[in-house]
Structure formats: C-alpha cells, structure tokens
Design a binder for this molecule. Structure first.
Ligand code: PEP
Length: 247
C-alpha cells in the first residue's frame, strides 16, 4: 500500500494575506511528513500557492476542473491550464458541486478523464445523503457513483484517488464512526478489486468532519488511506495534527 494522502479542501475561503499566513505556518510545522499532503485552494489562488509551496513537501491541488478541453466555455479552467501551474490533484464530483452546480456522474467521469489526460490525478468524491443512508441505499449510491469512473477509456482505476464523503458528515461536525466509514471503504475496495489487479494501489480517502481529535482512529482503519479535510484544513494546528496522525 502506498503512503497515506491528506488533502486540504479550502472551499471558497481565503485571501492573499490569509493564504500566505496559513501556508507559512504549515511549512514551519510540517517537517518531513510520513504521508503525502496536498492543498486545494480556490482556483484564483493557484499561482500564489504554486509559489508558496515550491520546493516544499506539500503538493498543489484544485477543487474543480473543466470537462472540456478548451474553447468557448466561459468561466471554465482546463486541465492543461492547471497543469501549467504545477497542479497535481483535482477534486472531482464533490457533493457541494453535485448539489449546487448540478454535476452528475457523467460530468464527473468527463472531468476525471480530462484531468488524467493532462497528468493530473483526479480525487473522485462519492457519498450518500442522510436520507439515502436512512433508507438503506448507501451501498447502492456509492457503487453507482464509483462505477462512473471505474472504466475510463484508456485509463485504469488505479490512476485515481477515491474519496468517500458521506454528505451528512460534510461541514456538520457529525463524523462517520470509524466502523461506518470502514464498512463503506471495504465496499469500494471490493468494487475496485473486481475491476483491477492494482486495487491496493488506489487510495480511498475519508472526508466528513475529520479533525485533530478523530483523525487517528479513522486513519487506522484498514481501508482508509487518507483524508479529505475541509474545515480543519483552514487551521494550521489542526491540519498539522491530522498530517501527523497519517502514518
Ligand atoms: C470537504 O469539504 O470535503 C469536507 C470533508 O469538509 P469538512 O471536513 O469540513 O466536513
């Protein structure tokens, strides 16, 4: 199994000044991490973060990528453009985009494909809503969402990162228990195993109110290979503790 991966999703937060301060605090405290680490700032700050992170152990990610290659797509940013700025990861299909930007499994697959074609690793988010969990549909929903990216023409599922993010746990302070999360991760791992002999290479991250206090137990589950962190990635002390727990 590869190193764990901890990714900070800043969502639509930050400013030139606050980004600068946050990254400097992280770089002061990070040392030589035992896991891979990436930060996903809002797209407008990618150049700033590229400069701040140069030569550091923290890699650069983004929160979204266009499903189109180039041309008349007002407001979009292509995978190739992101690659120009040294972007290594792109979050794709975050539940906030599925909910507010009407992204569906087809869009998610196209975006993942564009990212891969540019040499950017997509972090594909899957997860059920509270209503879906309560009606016993969790497994069906996450399998359907993952199946959209499991056979991308010319690419192997082992090239992507998967993030299990129960929608009811995102930004709510209501974390999935380690067992709840592990159970879903095991379902996803089995689905990936059925598609590739390289299933153990695929990192499956947990996301949903992961914080400094609960990270250790979540990250010690056998099929949890890292974390996608929203709120707690905006506080350097908390994010550094989560990084330290990922070994
Ligand atoms: C996220 O934005 O992907 C996320 C998991 O947010 P939070 O950690 O704030 O729940």
């Amino acid at each position: 199994m590869s190193r764990k991966l901890i990714v900070g999703n800043w969502k639509m937060n930050g400013s030139l000044a606050s980004n600068d301060a946050l990254v400097r605090e992280l770089l002061e405290g990070i040392g030589q991490p035992a896991c891979d680490v990436a930060l996903c700032p809002p797209g407008i700050y990618v150049a700033q973060l590229q400069n701040l992170l140069a030569g550091s152990p923290i890699e650069l990610g983004v929160q979204n990528v266009s499903m189109n290659e180039n041309g008349a797509y007002t407001g979009d940013v292509s995978a190739e453009m992101l690659k120009d700025y040294g972007v290594r990861y792109a979050i794709v299909g975050h539940s906030e985009r599925r909910q507010h930007q009407a992204e569906n499994d087809v869009h998610v697959a196209l975006k993942a494909k564009r990212a891969l074609a540019a040499g950017i690793t997509p972090i594909v988010c899957v997860g059920e809503t509270l209503r879906e969990r309560e009606s016993g549909m969790t497994e069906f929903i996450v399998k359907r969402q993952l199946s959209a990216v499991i056979h991308l023409n010319g690419h192997c599922i082992s090239e992507i990162v998967v993030a299990y993010e129960p929608v009811w746990a995102i930004g709510t302070g209501q974390t999935a228990t380690p067992l709840q999360a592990q159970n879903v991760h095991a379902v996803l791992r089995a689905q990936i195993k059925a598609a590739t002999e390289h299933a153990d290479r695929v990192r499956i991250l947990y996301g949903g109110s992961m914080n400094a206090a609960n990270a250790g137990e979540l990250l010690s589950q056998p099929d949890i290979d890292g974390g996608l962190i929203g709120g707690a990635s905006l506080k350097s002390a908390d994010f550094l503790k989560i990084i330290a727990a990922a070994r």
